[in-house]
Structures are given as structure tokens and as C-alpha cells.
Ligand binder design. Structure first.
Ligand code: PHE
Length: 337
């Protein structure tokens, strides 16, 4: 009986099996209990002998079960630890990372280029007062050039800025007549246009302003040439054409040579070999004076470019609305930009 019990204990591989063995040998209906119950029928001499044997057998079985129980418990803990262990040599699970929005990427690239040229980054409000958006830029009330920029007005004096140029006036005011002022300003602007492939009622511009003693048109040309070569490529050229802005005199429209056809003429440059990228000019003396600068001592240049336009040219994007509809198929293409 003892040997049989011990072999069953040895073979039990779970706590449940062990519990069954315990019940079958030591339980109320087990053989040991049965023998003890029958003791009364034994003679007085037999009783202590049998009793001792039975006790020894019972204690041995009990002990063995306890030992086995402990062992099983240890194994269980080990198994649990093994199942919870981390294999640090396995490759990590890839984390889904997003892409920078193409407009953000372009702004950062332009900022980097101009910071490299000694400019710092300024900001101004999107809700602007008429004075900074127009009047301080030499666009008095009822000036016909205001028609170039249909505006969203809140009141007669308050509107969504139509350009980043008001930041020119604000920044010059802050400098209280002392140069140099050397800033760029990226930001949202708003115009009452109907949206289509090339128009958006909200878009972005990057303004540039450099005011100091003896700033000349050739400085403007040099800075823009350096920027265009960094942004579009070292083989690109710029060309200035006369234009008009009320706050610059002279004013120019700046073209960059077409990177696709290298001047041969193609769809992108409408067969001219040149692509218009920005407006610029020498800050109008009246604008300098209105913002507190002595125009006999100081001169400056300013420029403004459309961020969407830069991004469309750089990535050959044919519809400005792609930037604002957040189609993941469009945005995911910029993961490595
Ligand atoms: N603000 C002008 C526009 O929106 C661009 C510009 C900026 C032109 C600075 C000249 C100088 O069209």
C-alpha cells in the first residue's frame, strides 16, 4: 500500500492530481481510515503493533504529499516566471509615426535657410487692425490697391489679415527707429477668394524684412538668390521683373528658373522657362517713416512668398486643396520629407 501510494504521489504532475491521491489514501473512505476503524476488532497484543505500522505508513504518505506539493508549487512559480520573461534580443515592434505636414516642413526649411543668413523669426496676430494690415503699409482707406486683396472684416477696423506684411510695420515699431531689423515671419493669411485648384480663402505666407543703413536692391537680390539655391537647388537662377506693391518702391516680382526643363519650356513653367515665386521690393520711405524709422538714414527690403506655392513647386502638387483636406493618402507621402 505504501509503495503504491508513493509511486502515485511521484507521478502526480498537478496539484489537482495530488489532491486526488491524498483523498484516495488518507480520506474518510481511504484504506488507512478503514484499517484504523477496524482496530476495535483486533486483539490487545495486535492493536499497538498494527497501530504503529499504520501510523508510520500514514505519516510517510502525508509527508511525501507535502513535499510533492511544495515541489509542484515551485514548478508553477518557475513556469509563470518563464512565461512572463522578456526576450530583450527580439526586435522591437515598429511604432507608427506620422509625417510632418508638407506646409510645416516647407516653413521649417525656409526658416532654416534664413536663420542661416542672420534673420530671426517674428510673429504677429491673425486678427489684425486695419491700420497695420493696410494703412501703415501705405494703403490709406479707399486706396484702389486694397481691391487686390478682398478681406474678411469683423468690423470697419478689425479684419483677418490678408498678408503677413503687417508684421513688417509691427516689428519696425518695436525697434523704435533703430536698425538693424532682420526678420522673417511665417503665418496664416485670409482672403475672400473662392476656393479652387490655385486659390484658398486661407493660406500661408512667409514675410521677410531687412532694414539697416545702406541696404540696397543688390542685397535683396543676393539674399533671395542664396535662398532659392538652398531651397530649390544650386542650379536654379532668379530673375526680377518690375511690379507694384504700395509698400515697396521699386517693387519686383521674383521668378525662379524652371527646374524641370532648364529653360527649354514645359508644362510647369507654361513654356517660359521661369516660375513666379514671390513679391518683393525696397521698403517705401513712407512706410519706414510711419513705423518710426528715419528714411534718410535707413533703407530696407521686404519680400513675401506663398508657402503653399513653394510646396506645390517643390513636390509637383497640382491642387492647393490637398493641403487642407487631410487625406491620409496625400499626407503619408511626406513621411520622409
Ligand atoms: N504682401 C504681398 C502680397 O501678399 C507680398 C509682398 C511682401 C510684396 C513684401 C512685397 C514685399 O502680395
Amino acid at each position: 500500500l505504501k509503495l503504491e501510494a508513493l509511486s502515485q504521489i511521484k507521478n502526480a504532475s498537478t496539484k489537482k492530481e495530488l489532491q486526488e491521491v491524498r483523498i484516495s489514501y488518507l480520506g474518510k473512505k481511504g484504506p488507512i481510515t478503514e484499517v484504523l476503524r477496524g482496530m476495535g476488532k483486533l486483539s490487545a497484543e495486535e492493536r499497538p503493533l498494527i497501530g504503529q505500522v499504520v501510523n508510520v505508513v500514514r505519516d510517510t504518505i502525508k509527508e511525501e504529499i507535502e513535499q510533492k506539493e511544495q515541489k509542484l508549487e515551485e514548478l508553477e512559480v518557475e513556469a509563470k516566471l518563464a512565461s512572463e520573461s522578456i526576450d530583450v534580443t527580439l526586435p522591437g515592434r515598429p511604432i507608427q509615426i506620422g509625417a510632418k505636414h508638407p506646409l510645416t516642413a516647407v516653413i521649417e526649411e525656409v526658416e532654416d535657410a534664413f536663420i542661416g543668413l542672420g534673420f530671426s523669426v517674428a510673429q504677429g496676430p491673425e486678427v489684425e487692425i486695419d491700420y497695420y494690415n493696410f494703412e501703415a503699409l501705405n494703403l490709406p482707406k479707399n486706396h484702389p490697391a486694397r481691391d487686390m486683396q478682398d478681406s474678411f472684416y469683423f468690423t470697419e477696423e478689425l479684419l483677418l489679415r490678408t498678408q503677413t506684411s503687417p508684421v513688417q510695420a509691427r516689428t519696425m515699431e518695436q525697434h523704435q527707429g533703430k536698425g538693424p531689423v532682420k526678420i522673417i515671419c511665417p503665418g496664416k493669411v485670409f482672403r475672400r477668394d473662392d476656393d479652387d485648384a490655385t486659390h484658398s480663402h486661407q493660406f500661408m505666407q512667409i514675410e521677410g524684412l531687412f532694414v539697416d543703413e545702406n541696404v540696397r536692391m543688390s542685397d535683396l537680390k543676393g539674399v533671395l538668390d542664396a535662398f532659392v539655391k538652398q531651397f530649390f537647388g544650386a542650379d536654379r537662377e532668379i530673375r526680377l521683373r518690375p511690379s507694384f506693391f504700395p509698400f515697396t518702391e521699386p517693387s519686383v516680382e521674383v521668378d525662379v528658373s524652371c527646374g524641370i526643363c532648364k529653360g527649354q519650356g514645359c508644362r510647369i513653367c507654361k513654356h517660359t522657362g521661369w516660375i513666379e515665386v514671390l513679391g518683393a521690393g525696397m521698403v517705401h520711405p513712407r512706410v519706414l517713416e510711419m513705423s518710426g524709422f528715419d528714411s534718410s538714414k535707413y533703407s530696407g527690403f521686404a519680400f513675401g512668398m506663398g508657402v503653399e506655392r513653394l510646396a506645390m513647386l517643390k513636390h509637383d502638387i497640382d491642387d492647393i486643396r490637398h493641403f487642407y483636406t487631410n487625406d491620409m493618402r496625400f499626407l503619408a507621402q511626406f513621411k520622409r520629407v
